[in-house]
Design a protein. Structure first.
Length: 150
């Protein structure tokens, strides 16, 4: 072991060997080890910051998932309500559509479902975009009221 590396935090001894009074206060250290501790400290600090950031993001994600779960009944009720409207309108035109071939009937079904999905898209996206935000419940109430969803 290279004894010249040892020094007291108070002063370097003349022979490179700590004196008794330096050993008594426990302030003798290897300067190479101190440098390694400094580098290790920075790595631990960086890892701690990463861990805190990761925990914060996980907390936000968990909160958002909970908010989306709260919105699910509204989204499902909205989709059901629009499907009821679509089905009722098709039923009222059944007699007029009875002359259509089966392929044409399927095309009308697909067309009306496509229109329904287009109408449903914007309200659902808005609800999801505001999931977890303070206005989430107000927005859900507004969508329910606008579309006549109980």
């Amino acid at each position: 072991m290279d004894e010249s590396k040892f020094r007291s935090c108070e002063a370097l001894t003349t022979q490179g060997i700590p004196e008794d009074h330096e050993l008594a206060n426990g302030l003798v250290c290897d300067t190479d080890d101190l440098q390694a501790v400094g580098a290790n400290h920075e790595q631990r600090r960086s890892e701690a910051a990463w861990g805190e950031d990761s925990a914060r993001k996980e907390g936000e994600l968990s909160t958002r998932r909970g908010a989306l779960r709260e919105l699910s009944p509204t989204i499902i009720a909205l989709a059901r309500r629009l499907e009821q409207i679509r089905s009722a309108e098709l039923a009222s035109y059944r007699r007029k559509l009875s002359a259509l071939e089966p392929a044409q009937h399927r095309a009308v079904e697909a067309l009306t479902r496509g229109i329904l999905n287009r109408i449903l898209h914007s309200p659902v996206c808005e609800l999801k975009a505001h999931a977890g935000a303070p206005e989430q419940h107000l927005l859900a109430q507004l969508v329910r009221r606008m579309f006549g969803v109980a």
